[in-house]
Design a protein around this ligand. Structure first.
Ligand code: PHE
Length: 461
């Protein structure tokens, strides 16, 4: 075990960095739009159940693996499983995570690049005049050159940080930016709630109508829970390996889960209210649900909000930052493996991994509209284009499979003494009983049942 491994600078260090990884485009961009596509209410309820019944215990399990082993995912599973053939077999859970990390990173960069474009638009609007019609989102999606340039810009920013190690810079920066993002978010929601679409939005979001939940909605909600909480690919294992022994894993995990969920719900409340309030916006958003974040919020900033002209560009800087604190944790999953396994220097590992991922990003960037076969290919029904295919594959299959491996490993193979010690719990306490029961039985069965049902093409409706 590594002696003298670096630890987070403060009690808050882990929570902030882990929340930085969790809170990102998954909350601000993806949650509102897939909630819209899946008709709100019932989807939100299934999502919340997935977050607290599966997400929280699996987050605890991941952090625990990282802290126990003091290593990143692949070697962590290997070491805790006792090395040898068994260790190698278990390390495959870590490998699935690395693949998932590379896949997610490749398309995540594309959306992250969109935040730079929105920032640019907002600066122009703030200095001239806001004109909703000048926002040609469809044209933007089809502009392949611009898509690749934006993606490349974001990739470069990510690589530059991962190359330097994530410690000082990102931990310090997240501690300032996340609270600022939270304050702007609250102001945004507060302003949105004064608009007349409020009631319709809240009903759509919080009144469950199960007959309106599409058959695949359950899988999508579970996949989104994994994606949003950064679970199933070893990111929390790597971050957990820097947690000090004095810190409570359960409390830290609970904080991250609560913060992440709040950000997602607030973003959805704001966007749904705007959609129901501004005439014509429903049609524009329905034409490109994927662009919801970038289409709805400028309307709020420039037409409703005092100080909106200043806040709009600032908000998109923060969106870019929230994305960056996530891409860095993804980049770290892939890079740290090359450092651990190949003995590469951090610089070499970061650059080589980024180039490899960027090749995928270019294809993803061209697949949102610019290049025909890439934007129309359909492997999963209803998920047209390489971009949606990668997103669906990673969030709804790879992450749940990674999560399944982790929960089975911690529940059945790690052994009770290790669990009790890491969690600081006593045998026989109800909390431990519930957690163990979820990790051993509930989570594995739920994930397995879901994957089987979907692979078998069962209809949930
Ligand atoms: N959780 C991040 C988000 O919601 C995305 C992410 C997934 C980051 C997996 C790291 C690992 O944006």
């Amino acid at each position: 075990m590594a002696m003298g491994r670096a630890h987070w600078g403060s009690r808050l260090g882990f929570v902030m960095a882990a929340a930085g990884s969790a809170v990102g485009l998954g909350n601000l961009w993806k949650f509102p739009y897939i909630t819209w596509e899946n008709n709100g209410g019932a989807f939100v309820l299934v999502y919340l159940a997935a977050v607290f019944v599966l997400g929280l215990p699996i987050m605890i399990a991941e952090i625990l693996v990282g802290r126990r082993a003091q290593l990143s995912a692949v070697p962590a599973f290997e070491a805790l499983a006792g090395g040898g053939a068994r260790g190698r077999a278990w390390s495959s859970v870590g490998w699935i995570g690395v693949v998932a990390g590379a896949v997610i990173l490749s398309y995540y960069m594309v959306i992250a690049g969109w935040s730079l474009w929105s920032f640019h638009n907002c600066v122009v609007w703030s200095f001239t005049e806001y004109d909703a019609r000048s926002l040609d989102f469809d044209g933007f999606l089809k502009d392949g050159v611009l898509q690749v340039i934006l993606t490349a810009a974001f990739s470069l920013m990510t690589t530059a940080i991962v190359m330097r190690g994530i410690g000082g810079g990102i931990e310090r920066a997240t501690r300032i930016m996340m609270p600022v993002l939270a304050v702007i978010m609250l102001y945004l929601v507060g302003t949105a709630l004064t608009m007349d679409g409020r009631d319709a939005a809240l009903v759509k979001l919080f009144v469950p109508r199960f007959s309106e939940l599409p058959p695949q909605g359950v899988l999508l909600a579970v996949g989104q829970a994994f994606f949003s909480l950064s679970l199933g690919l070893g990111a929390m294992i790597a971050y957990g390996s820097y947690i000090s022994k004095q810190e409570s894993i359960v409390r830290s995990a609970l904080w991250v889960v609560i913060l992440d969920t709040l950000f997602a719900l607030l973003a959805a409340v704001a966007m749904f209210t705007i959609i129901f309030s501004v005439p014509g916006l429903q049609d524009r958003v329905s034409g490109s649900t994927v662009g919801m974040l970038f289409i709805t919020l400028p309307d709020l900033f420039y037409t409703q909000m005092p100080g909106g002209a200043v806040l709009a560009p600032l908000f998109f800087v923060l969106v870019a930052f929230a994305a960056l604190s996530s891409t860095i944790s993804l980049g770290e999953v892939v890079t740290s493996l090359m450092i651990d396994r190949r003995g590469w220097s951090r610089r070499k590992a970061a650059v080589v991994c980024s180039c490899a991922v960027f090749a995928g990003s270019v294809l993803a960037a061209l697949s949102v509209g610019a290049v025909e076969p890439l934007s129309t290919m359909e492997i999963f029904p209803g998920k047209a284009g390489l971009f949606s295919t990668l997103d669906h594959l990673a969030a709804n299959y790879l992450l749940p499979i990674g999560g399944l491996g982790t929960t089975v490993f911690v529940g059945w193979f790690l052994g009770r003494p290790a669990l009790l010690e890491e969690l600081g719990l006593k045998r026989g306490t109800p909390a431990f009983f519930v957690l163990l029961w979820i990790l051993r039985v509930v989570a594995p069965l739920a994930i397995l049942a879901l994957l089987t049902a979907v692979l078998a093409g069962w209809d949930f409706s």
